[in-house]
Design a protein. Sequence first.
Length: 238
Amino acid sequence: MAPPPADAPASALVLFSGGQDSTTCLGHALTHYGRVETVGFNYGQRHEVELKCRHRVRAAIADRFPAWAARLGPDHEIDISSFGAIGETALTSDAEIVMMESGLPSTFVPGRNLVFFVYAAALAHRRGLNVLVGGMCETDYSGYPDCRDETLQALENAIRLGTEVPFTIDTPLMWLSKAESWALADKLGGADFVDLIREETHTCYRGDHVTKHAWGYGCGQCPACELRAKGYHEWCAR
């Protein structure tokens, strides 16, 4: 595992949910930055099992990847559960997962990623971290406008103006398909990291962390599971 490039920013804060994408982003950050901390959010999500998984994932990384463990700093968990109560979406209530008349899936939580980055920036400001890492992706776009590259570029500029700190928002998965995300995980940490993602992470919108598949745990039917499974099988077939 190579050390961070000499000209790389010194520190990063990873928006870490404990899912496949954020775990891959954590591996990316631990490869490219010298000091890495993580932050997770309780926003009233129905798949709150991810809050437990994120601690297991961090522990597994610290145990199985000594070089990464040396760079892995503290974890932070922020309770913004009142945010999820603002609107009843399929991620914050028992509402069915469907496409809405607006053309967006009912799993869309308006402003969620915007809020996450604002909280993360405030925390990073206090902790002296200058890169904010997120797993947003536009290639396997689910219809979420706050996952778009254009949105995050504008948000990066707003955060810089609002804090007078030259923060960088790093989105290593932005232009990758889910199959390419699996490939990136393999490149970063090899088969052991891929196995960790399969065994310990949680992505299923319905919170099923009992039903096991080749690609990991989940109901196998929600959009998150379908996307994860499709990407895994495409990557395996290469």
